[in-house]
Design a protein. Sequence first.
Length: 367
Amino acid sequence: MRILYFAPLYYDDMKQRPQQIAECLSARHEVFYVEPTISLIRWLLLGGRPFWGGRKRMGRQLHIVRLNGALTFHKSIEILDVAGINNLSEWLQIKKLADSCDVIWTGYSGWYTLIRHFKDKPVIWDKMDEEDLLVQSRLLKKTLRRDKKKLMERADGTVVTSRIFYKEMKKHGKQTYLVANAVSASFSGGRAAFGPIGRVKVFGYIGTIAEWFDMSVIQILLESDESYEVVLAGRNYMEKLSHPRLHYLGIKKNSELPGLISQMDVCLYNFKQTRLLDTVNPVKIYEYLSMNKPVLAVNSRETRRLVNYVTLYDTPDEIKKLAAGKWKRPFENKKELDAFVAENCWQKRAETIEGILAQVRKDFKGR
């Protein structure tokens, strides 16, 4: 198959589901990974990644595509674009490639206004996030809610990462498949630890630090024992908490994460208990577990699926007692760990998605 993937992330961002699945699929299919378009106005105001387009090959069958954003405005104003012209330039740039592909796959509802033009192609939506809950702009929230509704109607098949998304899509009568997140089979790089755990001193978190991050958990940990150190690694959008035993490490390369996690005694998944929480199937927990690290995680629909491997808390008030308790590793031996990783690796998930793409394409052609 030739797969055109309208992605939610830039390919060189911290590697997550979009890049992982695209790479796995490219072993057997040609994949065109289309990055989010950067508008000229955004580039002039904020700098960073360039607005001009380009294309590069990352492997024999994996191509990274970025469309030129010189004539494209920011996504947030599309709700005001009654004439629907904001995506005209993108459509002209991608039309020939889209015509040559067998299936369109997207991980972001914001691509709907471009995808809608390709009526003769099957569309599969990989719904990973409740996107309007992740942004601040009211206009962008409104735009994404509209696009979500439209893409739900247009998609010929929907893949979801959480049970709450599965229930939502089935309620609307959509062909829906639940495919959870995972971890790279080689993520640990042989650094997974075994044996008893001594005195716990270092708690750590890997991932974005934004409004959904529960900083009260960090404060409780730091106040509960003078020997505790807390390490936070990832892009930070919140005001920094100043404390001598709290360490912000910033964005780390994917290759650095296993070494960093190996230095943590207990790994954290401390999101606030908001509407967002139950929609997230956290990649970071799979990564923590692949290193055989104890995990302290907030109780949610998705973390309860991993209750045999992680320690759950319902309120931050429980943190002090749990942190001081006796910790043990999720897996007693390498055989148990290898079995978990084999069942929850990206290659396994990609094989499932490959079958879904093929089935949706077959059903579409048979109409």
